[in-house]
Design a protein around this ligand. Structure first.
Ligand code: SF4
Length: 555
């Protein structure tokens, strides 16, 4: 009997990933088409010459929902649109005719003059709104397109800008908030941050990347820039022959498919650092995946290549030389949030102030600028923890400064929960949000602190509490002890209400005396927004009853 065999189906060719160096530059999705049609940086001219003159209705939709981001502008959510009911709404129904504007502050370095300009812009053009973000930016809301050129003029007159504050570009460069001043600093990252910013920000060579690209650089032993969740990061390291320099990390990102960055095991000197940034960013531009936006961050390329291949391509194809190996820098022994009063290397002091949920106002920023100047300083720094530092305070001014800052709602000695609580923009202004975040968190922390007034001091250490308004991770919930991801949940009465999926046990370097780790989702562990204070109170009490000093929350 003759056996018949079914012919094998021809293998379907793998779909291209949209890597420019492998697959060519033909755009494979609408975002790539938009970027290929016109560089996002070019929209500035149209904003200045057309849109700000003719008003909101004159704006080309492709600019409005795409290229405006290259200049730090997003339309904000229309007021009163409930969370979770947005899928059927048109952009016109969902969004306001006003903008969120992100002011970029590389390294978080601000003068009182700059702070005053931001504060006055907020009062004149943004209904007195201002939020400190967890990426050292300041965000304004309610900005009208007709005012944008004047806002840019004022910002740029003091060396600030909104260039590439959003979009598929190199975003703000996180820098150690104590760069150049901390007594225990290993290397001052200020020159590297300034040089990367000068060479590459607003440079068309790097203004069409597959997705956003986040950079973090620190020379402080507390590793204070959440480097594990950035695409490119340099943290202080010592080389036995070359002296202080940097340990290179790539490929971190907390949103979809959260992933901690990885060390390439390479040592980078201060002189090499801008070139190495250019090389890694060029790899992302040339080899990054551009077909699917949810697989476009550098972490997906790193996952496929591995660190060995990544380092080899970096050295052979882009740098043209080998980087020396780098030993693992010591784990930090202190939190990198810089809360409280600390002596600087010059004998003066810096004071880290906690701002609940990063929410300030233009008026508050103006008052803070006055206060800092009244105490003889002109320098401040924003931090990746939604805090703000005043630098250069003389010893005999500390007490007054701390007291007067407190009267502005800025705490040098916050409770252990308030200290490490951060929240994203949420439903108030964000079009993607499902639930409220900032007010919910401020309210919950206030309630919990009141209930635990005599308990807070018994906490073995500060617990971090991060709140996101949707499944994205702008408040990096996976890195918190207690992370809350906004969603609608069904309550006992069968009603859909605002709530959160709980993530437990995330940590970054410096908070656990151990390895960084992403928090775990606990299946079915959800909490209604109204029940947040009760839930956190229970967790805090259980934790403080059972944990010893410094013990991991995840343990
Ligand atoms: Fe908006 Fe979601 Fe980001 Fe919060 S996490 S700012 S709700 S996109």
């Amino acid at each position: 009997m003759t056996q018949t065999t079914t012919p094998a189906r021809p293998k379907r060719a793998a779909k291209p990933n949209g890597q420019w160096k492998v697959d060519g530059k033909a755009p494979l999705n609408p975002s790539e088409e938009m970027k290929a049609a016109d560089n996002g940086l070019n929209v500035r001219q149209r904003i200045e010459e057309i849109y700000s003159v003719q008003g909101f209705d004159s704006i080309d939709p492709e600019d409005l929902h795409g290229r405006f981001r290259w200049w730090g502008l997003y339309t904000q959510r229309a007021q009163g649109i409930p969370g979770g009911k947005t899928a059927t709404l048109s952009p016109e129904e969902l969004e306001d005719r006003y903008f969120m504007m992100r002011v970029r502050i590389d390294g978080g370095a601000l003068s009182t003059e700059q702070l005053r300009v931001i504060g006055q812009i907020s009062k004149d053009f943004a209904r007195d709104t201002a939020d400190l973000t967890d990426r050292q930016n300041v965000q304004l809301h309610w900005v009208d397109i007709i005012d944008v050129p004047e806002i840019w003029r004022r910002l740029e007159s003091v060396g600030l800008h909104t260039t590439e504050a959003c979009g598929d570009v190199p975003r703000v460069i996180l820098g150690s908030p104590v760069a150049g001043i901390a007594k225990d600093e290993i290397i001052d990252p200020t020159p590297v941050i300034a040089e990367i910013s000068r060479r590459y920000i607003g440079n068309p060579e790097f203004s069409n990347l597959p997705r956003k690209y986040k950079t973090a650089i620190t020379g402080h032993p507390s590793q204070d820039v959440v480097h594990e969740i950035n695409d490119f990061a340099l943290i202080a390291a010592q080389h036995p022959e070359l002296g202080p320099g940097y340990d290179l990390w790539v490929g971190g990102g907390p949103s979809a498919n959260p992933r901690l960055g990885e060390r390439l095991g390479a040592f980078v000197t201060e002189e090499q650092a801008p070139d190495v940034w250019e090389a890694v960013t060029s790899i992302f531009r040339d080899y990054g995946y551009r077909r699917l936006r949810n697989r476009a961050r550098l972490k997906f390329l790193l996952a496929d290549w591995g660190t060995e291949k990544f380092r080899q391509v970096l050295q052979d194809e882009y740098l043209g030389y080998a980087l020396p190996d780098c030993d693992l820098p010591p784990q930090p022994t202190e939190a990198g949030d810089h809360s409280g009063v600390h002596e600087q290397k010059d004998g003066r002091f810096y004071i880290g102030l906690t701002v609940p949920a990063g929410r300030v106002s233009g008026s508050k920023l103006l008052a803070l600028a006055d206060l800092v100047e009244a105490k003889g300083s002109t320098r401040l720094r924003t931090t990746p923890h939604q805090k703000i530092l005043a630098l250069d305070i003389a010893h005999d001014q500390i007490k007054d400064f701390v007291g007067e800052a407190r009267s502005l709602g800025l705490e040098a000695y916050p409770g252990l929960l308030k200290r490490s609580a951060i929240a994203c923009t949420g439903i108030e202004f964000c079009k993607l949000a499902i639930v409220d975040t900032k007010d919910t968190m401020i309210d919950a922390v206030a309630k919990i602190e009141e209930r635990l007034a005599d308990h807070d001091g018994k906490l073995p250490r500060a617990l971090s509490l991060h709140v996101n308004g949707c499944p994205n991770s702008c408040a990096r919930i996976q890195t918190a002890d207690l992370g809350f991801k906004g969603q609608l949940i069904t309550n006992e009465a069968g009603e859909q209400v605002s709530g959160f999926q709980v993530h437990l046990g995330g940590t970054l370097a410096g908070r656990e005396n151990g390895e960084a780790a992403m928090g775990r989702t606990v299946r079915g562990l959800k909490v209604a927004a109204d029940d947040l204070p009760d839930y956190v109170e229970r967790v805090v009490k259980n934790y403080s009853a059972s944990a010893s000093e410094g013990e991991s929350f995840a343990a």
